[in-house]
Design a protein around this ligand. Structure first.
Ligand code: MOS
Length: 743
């Protein structure tokens, strides 16, 4: 493996296309005869549609048709299996019946000649409802209907209750995280077109293969009759993993009308009908011995889900990291779902772990304080050298090194543990830290690589680049195996007709795709050797096994060396093609996770109650980073998103009618440049060859885990206020101003 290209700091190869506007996103497709659809969205959160009056809307200019539950084709349900790759978040189809499960649900769809005409007519559709009392939040849900235990996601070992009773020190604290809404720049969009019974979907999806299979199931087609194209994505953060009703509605409308249909989900309805990170309430009970070793650990989560369908089984698995990160003989994690009249929740960057690590790492900080122990030392004492939940060794775990390097770079040794003791001018400085943790997953994958007669190489895989740099790292892997320079490598992703590849999710696209690319590259080289050693080939007297391949050259035992382009030209062949299938990771032998640590400085001005995150130092152990630029970019982005989670993000629902009230970019706050601290990311370089030949475990999600806790811990250090409910808004610190000023 050439060290030059794997790990190199290479800018995105698709950068020029994006910068010049040549990169076509889903809604950039303007097909001949295309018409536009716009939704009519429910204004109530629970009840039934009693009447839909479309008479006035139909008279509106340009209207072609208006679909609703009394006027829509009958479609099929998908089994919605992640293993079979036909998963959706809502099994219920759009316009299936007159029931309303959440505000912002599609209740009708207007199709017109222009976007403006479709939207204008949508406002004229008159919908009457019979309204029932909606469940707006977790508290209301639990109070009225309790919660349902998700037994498959729970884990118990030892006797945590008894061990807690015998512990020297205990913590019993409950943490709360609100609904967060995915706000990728690019809104969910589809252009659906039918030709001779074949469906083409230009679609915003993080998984073209899964989406293809879903549409095939829903329309009762063989998968070869469906093609999903997603060459570019303006991110998704999990909201585009599995298709939502909008895409199915667009495809159905296009078939009924007989013209291509474009449907974009308005930003407001991305707060209702395309998923969110659910609300959680997490009770943590920790017990230690006198030496600060965990003897009991319980993590009980209740999270919100929707009422849409009993088949919906999304679990916000907050306890997943808890069950293995620290060593503890007596441990239990549980997850229970409480149903609200909101849209169905789904994965959002580090699902489960992002809220779960907020609770765990806050509770660890509270326990360290009770023990009178440095929070870093407390974690060192408890990190686990094996995955005790699985009884397996880690493939590689460098968390101790992450603690050391980040603490050193941050200057943690200079921390005065006394609350509010570190001051500079008007500001009180708070220092906090937390571990970070995310699972590493690698799935089966297919890929194709060609060496071409013009000296270039080509690679394709039905995965997609969500914006993270997948095109670039695939090219790096091709270059690594074939010796072809990056600028002569063409990569095609985002087409379901290519060899089957992974979703852009779970931080597993890199670890999954690259081994298949490398294997396909090696196959192409074998094919090239066959071509070279035929009677009319470049090495007619050699056997394939005599030839070696290095840096684009085939070399014989006698030292004669010929470039692959010449080898192909000698036989007038366009290319040597290799296709390969690779398997997933050996999960029976090892437990695979990535690890790390965040150290955070906050500055708080008690006079004006102003809080800002001023500095972050993180050391991350993800095995090998394939691209020094894009990998650092992922961790930095995740840290910023973690700052958003800690300080700003929350979707507010009116408690009376369960409607989101801050469903727009003005009122749903995310970090802006002024909120940006100095971020220093250390990427540890311990390639995990037990995971794959590149030693790469994936990097998209881990950075967000632990950040909210590290910030909350720093806020506590500065202010003496332990914030257990996110986000940490100013009002929650108002009374702290008084107490610290007097101190
Ligand atoms: Mo990620 S939440 O798996 O897109």
């Amino acid at each position: 493996m050439s060290e030059k290209i794997i790990g190199a700091a290479k800018p995105r190869i698709d950068g020029p296309q994006k910068l010049t506007g040549r990169a076509k996103y889903s809604s950039d497709n303007n097909l001949p005869g295309m018409v536009y659809a716009y939704g009519v969205f429910s204004t109530i959160a629970r009840g039934e549609i009693t009447n839909i009056d479309t008479r006035v809307a139909k008279q509106s200019p340009g209207v072609i048709d208006i679909f609703h539950h009394n006027h829509f084709p009958k479609l099929y349900h998908t089994p919605s299996s992640m293993a079979q790759e036909n998963k959706v978040d809502e099994v219920r189809l759009p316009f299936e019946d007159n029931k309303v499960y959440y505000a912002g649900q599609f209740v009708a769809l207007v199709v017109a000649d222009t976007f403006e005409n479709a939207r204008a007519a949508a406002y004229k559709v008159k919908v009457d409802y019979q309204k029932s009392a909606a469940i707006a939040n977790l508290d209301q849900a639990v109070e009225r209907n309790g919660s349902k235990m998700q037994k498959k996601s729970n884990h118990t070992r030892g006797n945590p209750e008894e061990a807690y009773g015998n512990a020297a020190k205990t913590i019993d604290a409950t943490y709360y995280t609100p609904v967060e809404t995915h706000n990728p720049m690019e809104m969910h969009a589809t252009v659906a077109a039918w030709n001779d019974g074949k469906l083409t979907m230009y679609d915003t999806t993080q998984g073209v293969v899964n989406a293809r299979n879903v549409y095939a199931k829903v329309f009762g087609l063989s998968p070869d009759r469906v093609e999903v194209l997603t060459p570019f994505l303006g991110s998704g953060f999990g909201s585009k993993l599995w298709p939502w009703p909008n895409a199915i509605a667009a495809a159905a409308a296009a078939r009924e009308i007989g013209r291509p249909v474009q449907l974009v989900v308005p930003r407001q309805e991305m707060f209702t009908t395309t998923g969110h990170r659910p609300e959680t309430r997490q009770r943590m009970r920790l017990g230690t011995d006198d030496a600060g070793r965990l003897v009991s650990l319980r993590h009980e989560t209740i999270y919100t889900t929707s009422t849409v369908d009993q088949v919906d089984t999304y679990v916000e698995s907050c306890g997943k990291m808890t069950q293995g990160l620290y060593s503890c003989d007596n441990l239990s994690v549980t997850h229970a779902a409480a149903r609200t009249n909101r849209g169905t929740p789904t994965s959002m960057r580090a699902p489960g772990a992002a809220p779960g690590m907020f609770a765990l790492e806050s509770a660890m900080d509270e326990m360290a304080e009770q023990l009178g122990m440095d929070p870093l030392e407390f974690r060192r004492r408890n990190v686990s050298d094996t995955d005790e939940s699985k009884g397996l060794p880690w493939s590689s775990n460098q968390i101790r090194e992450a603690y050391d390097q980040a603490a050193e770079r941050f200057g943690w040794a200079k921390r005065n543990p006394a609350i509010g003791s570190m001051r500079e001018g008007n500001e009180i400085i708070g220092w906090g830290m937390a571990s970070c943790n995310w699972e590493a997953i690698r799935r089966p994958c297919d890929a194709r690589v060609s060496l071409r007669a013009d000296g270039s190489a080509f690679a394709s895989c039905a995965t997609q680049d969500i914006g993270t740099g997948t095109y670039t790292i695939v090219a790096q892997a091709v270059s690594d195996v074939t010796g072809v320079p990056l600028e002569k490598i063409e990569v095609e992703l985002g087409d379901s007709s290519y060899p089957s590849g992974p979703i852009s999710g779970g931080s597993w696209a890199t670890a999954t795709t690259l081994p298949a690319i490398a294997a396909a590259g090696r196959k192409a080289i074998e094919v090239l050797k066959e071509y070279a050693t035929s009677e009319n080939g470049a090495f007619p007297d050699a056997k394939p096994e005599d030839l070696t391949f290095e840096d684009g050259q085939l070399k014989n035992t006698d030292g004669k060396s010929i470039g692959f382009a010449e080898v192909l030209k000698a036989r007038q062949l366009a290319s040597a093609d290799g296709e390969a299938h690779t398997e997933g990771a050996p999960t029976e032998t090892y437990a695979f996770r990535s690890f790390g640590a965040h150290f955070v400085e906050v500055r708080w001005d008690p006079g004006i109650s102003n809080l800002r995150v001023s500095r972050v130092v993180s050391a991350i152990d993800v095995g090998r980073a394939i691209n020094a630029l894009t990998s650092r970019n992922q961790v930095e982005g995740a840290i910023v998103m973690g700052i958003g989670m800690a300080r700003f993000e929350q979707t507010d629902y009116d408690h009376r009618d369960a409607r989101p009230v801050n469903n727009n970019y003005a009122e749903y706050l995310v970090p802006v440049h002024a909120d940006q601290p100095d971020v220093d990311v250390i990427l540890l370089d311990y390639p995990d060859f037990k995971f794959n030949e590149f030693g790469a475990r994936g990097i998209g999600e881990i950075g967000i885990t632990g950040i909210p806790a590290a910030i909350a811990n720093a806020v506590y250090h500065a202010t003496g206020k332990r914030i257990r409910d996110l986000p940490i808004t100013m009002d929650k610190l108002m009374d702290a101003s008084a107490s610290v000023k007097q101190a």
